[in-house]
Design a protein around this ligand. Structure first.
Ligand SMILES: O=C(O)CCC(=O)C(=O)O
Ligand SMILES: [Fe+2]
Length: 338
């Protein structure tokens, strides 16, 4: 067991230093839960529009809920995807007078059990298992970059935190090739379930800047590294630039995916002030790569600005000052009246 672990950690170090993303297989996540979730996703999107609108993201100061097609921007261009954002189970600790960022964690909006029997319980079970996977995996990442296994736990201490997940549908459409544009995830790490086996479309940039197809492989997660991890490890771990191409016009089905973002850091953590002391031999490996080519992903603004900029309708309703700062000319066209 010890030998397997150290072999795995060595492989992980090689991936971090030389590649930039990976597939993870043989995880303890229950395969039966994954199959049931995959089977129910089309029913989630097939709910009557009115039921989806009842839980729309604009209701939620926590940026959780349903977004219809074309409501989200990456790099200023519209992403052609429909999605539900859910958090791990959480209550809001925000009180009037607290800084606005304290309102970012809170309860999710789910369809009722009459509307979609069993879905909420199934999805929450899935999230609990993903959280365990992510927590264990982040310890291995720490070891891989020469830190004690618990080095990153200092960012995840408080009881009331929320990790984010999405369930996404990329419909077949002819407007644009952009499913979601090139971007980094802001969190530490992302575990992506590609929920329709037949669909290619996910691509990631390796550390040489080449776009690599990342097709679905059964019983695996794609692991992307996030911008926060890049900051705190002094760039030893490079955030993974990735994008999704919309399903081609001759596809018979949409593409579905379920990213789980290990995003729930303590609210008072300031990532750019939380740089970790990295071992010299690891910094040497980082520097040995030379200057990495820049990626096509958008630059990383402060996290709250990031989500508010992606979801102007939520910002306008719940964060009016931030909205005026981000959109001085008012609501961008795609985000109107929803
Ligand atoms: O749908 C996918 O495969 C990737 C989604 C993604 O990158 C994101 O939502 O951040
Ligand atoms: Fe992403």
């Amino acid at each position: 067991m010890k030998k397997t672990r150290s072999k795995f950690v060595a492989q992980l170090r090689d991936v971090i230093i030389n590649v930039g993303f990976l597939y993870l297989e043989n995880t303890p996540v229950d395969k039966d839960i994954i199959s049931k979730l995959k089977a129910q996703i089309p029913d989630l999107f097939a709910l009557p529009q009115e039921q989806k609108d009842n839980i729309r993201m604009a209701n939620s100061p926590h940026f959780l809920g349903y977004s219809k097609l074309g409501m989200e921007l990456t790099k200023g261009a519209v992403d052609y995807r429909e999605q539900f954002d859910f958090g791990t189970s959480c209550i809001s600790s925000y009180k009037p007078g607290d800084p606005e960022y304290c309102n970012i964690y809170g309860p999710s909006q789910y369809p009722t059990d009459q509307q979609l029997p069993g879905f909420r319980t199934l999805h929450e079970t899935y999230l609990t298992q993903l959280l365990t996977l992510a927590t264990d995996f982040i310890h291995l990442v720490s070891e891989a970059v020469g830190l004690p296994p618990d080095a990153l736990d200092q960012f995840y201490k408080s009881d009331n935190r929320m990790h984010l997940t999405k369930i996404v549908k990329y419909p077949v459409q002819s407007h644009s090739q952009q499913g979601v544009g090139a971007h980094y995830d802001g969190a530490m790490i992302t575990f992506l379930l590609q929920a329709s086996e037949e669909h290619h479309g996910l691509q990631a940039q390796n550390l040489r800047g080449e776009w690599i197809d990342v097709p679905p492989k059964s019983d695996t997660f794609v692991v992307n590294f996030g911008r926060s991890l890049e900051f705190v490890t002094q760039g030893v771990v490079r955030a993974t630039s990735h994008r999704v191409l919309a399903p081609p016009l001759d596809s018979k089905t949409p593409r579905y995916s379920v990213p789980f973002f290990y995003s729930g850091m303590d609210l008072e953590v300031k990532v750019d002030e939380s740089v970790l002391k990295m071992p010299p031999e690891i910094l040497k490996l980082r520097d040995g790569r030379g200057i990495l080519p820049s990626t096509e992903a958008i630059n990383y603004p402060e996290y709250a600005h990031d989500v508010a900029g992606c979801h102007p309708d939520v910002a306008e309703r719940h964060y009016p000052e931030l909205f005026r700062e981000l959109f001085p000319n008012g609501m961008p066209l795609h985000g109107v009246a929803y």
